[in-house]
Design a protein around this ligand. Structure first.
Ligand code: NAD
Length: 384
């Protein structure tokens, strides 16, 4: 079986899907690994590091995409790349299947068997393959460093000959994987931290990291099947913002990470709330690419509004490419353990992980939610 690792082509993508240490393990298992020349450069892995562990460096992109049996990517799949895939080959990567169902249709049309890393079930057995978590962890960590660098203050409490500095106050909204890592990182830097989420289970998790939980009592079910958050009613959203207003105003840094899978990010911080923050305060909005948790966020930009810096980073995991690639590569290696038997690809669709992550196979889209998302796009919008 030939496994191909292309060089990522999206602007700003520095990660690579497999790192040499993991390639070494796969080669030992009898998998032939092809790495496109320069694929590891952005993450500081040289061609020779891959060659040393038994990979073959391929200089011609077309050959890699056409002749590999399985292609693994980490960055967003581009249309030009789909066109190079061979009919009947296998693709594994982040496919944003609910946000971009058209690309799944294209993969199905090319009879590619495609696996979306976003759809790996969040179960204990699949924990080692959970790439959403490995990358969200990186984003949560980096968000705090960005905030600390932009804040005109120290994070920790300091007692110096020149006086005592009070610690920065950080509020983290959304206590999923990224949010919890942001809380832990802000605490390590010495800030006083508050955390908020609508899923009740998060209260204990936030407190166990030494942060205070902001309790907002909601009169509706907030957790959907699979443990993810539900989209709140307008009344609950409004009530949540009302409670959070004072917490936002009192914070030096607000980090927002709230998301509901397949939906626009919930609005947690309105422009009126921003106006109440102290000049010099910083908001880092990790939901920027999904519409933003803050009304003022502009994806990919740092803006200043009434003296408040609002940062809407795009693809933060790519800004810590070495460890983001290393952890993703381990997720992929664990998934491949389920897919390869005796050096040959052996897809068992009775396995809930294989079945859950598969979005296209045999010329068909294999996920109802993707089909629904596709139909929603193709419906003509009602005439006003
Ligand atoms: P996510 O990126 O979809 O969302 C981030 C956070 O935003 C979530 O905690 C969510 O509750 C929160 N949120 C949504 N709407 C909100 C609102 N209006 N206000 C405040 N917060 C809001 O989530 P994620 O980090 O990918 O994962 C969260 C879920 O996945 C949890 O259920 C978690 O326990 C589960 N999970 C399970 C495993 C596993 O068992 N292997 C691994 C990772 C995550």
């Amino acid at each position: 079986m030939k496994l191909g690792i292309p060089k990522e082509i999206e602007v700003g993508e520095h990660r690579v899907a497999l790192v040499p240490d993991v390639v070494a393990r796969l080669v030992k298992q009898g998998i032939e690994v092809w790495v496109e020349a320069g694929a590891g450069e952005g993450s500081f892995f040289s061609n020779s590091a891959y060659e040393k562990v038994g990979a073959t460096i391929i200089s011609d992109t077309t050959t890699l995409w056409r002749d590999a049996d399985v292609i693994v990517k980490i960055g967003a799949l581009q249309e030009s790349e789909v066109n190079q895939l061979r009919d009947g080959s296998v693709f594994i990567g982040f496919l944003n299947p609910l946000g971009n169902p058209e690309i799944i249709k294209k993969l199905a049309d090319r009879k590619v068997t495609a696996f979306s890393m976003e759809l790996i079930p969040r179960t204990s057995r699949a924990q080692s393959m959970d790439a959403l978590s490995s990358q969200a962890n990186v984003a949560g960590y980096k968000a705090v460093l960005i905030a600390a660098a932009a804040l005109p203050k120290y994070f920790p409490m300091l007692t110096t000959a020149a006086g005592t500095i009070r610690p920065a106050k950080v509020l983290v909204m959304g206590a999923g994987v990224a949010g919890l890592q942001a809380i832990a990182t802000a605490r390590r830097l010495g800030a006083v931290v508050e955390g908020f989420d609508i899923r009740p289970d998060t209260k204990e998790q936030v407190q166990s990291l030494g942060a205070k939980f902001v309790d907002v009592e909601l009169k509706e079910e907030t957790v959907a099947q699979g443990g993810y958050a539900k989209e709140l009613s307008e009344a609950s959203k409004e009530y949540t913002r009302k409670i959070l207003t004072d917490h936002v105003a009192n914070s030096d840094v607000v980090i927002t990470t709230a998301q509901v899978p397949g939906k626009k990010a919930p609005l947690l911080v309105t422009k009126e709330m921003v106006a109440q923050m102290k000049p010099g305060s910083v908001i880092v909005d990790l939901a920027a690419e999904q519409g933003g948790n803050c009304e003022c966020t502009e994806a990919g930009k740092d803006i200043n509004r009434d003296g408040v810096t609002i940062i809407g980073p795009i693809n933060l995991p790519s800004s810590v490419p070495l460890h983001a690639s290393e952890t993703y590569a381990k997720n992929i290696a664990s998934l491949l353990q389920l897919m390869v038997k005796d050096k040959v690809l052996n897809l068992n669709f009775e396995d809930d992980i294989i079945l859950g992550a598969c979005v296209a196979h045999g010329g068909e889209i294999r996920n109802q939610r993707v089909n629904d998302a596709l139909s929603a796009i193709s419906q003509p919008s009602p005439v006003a």
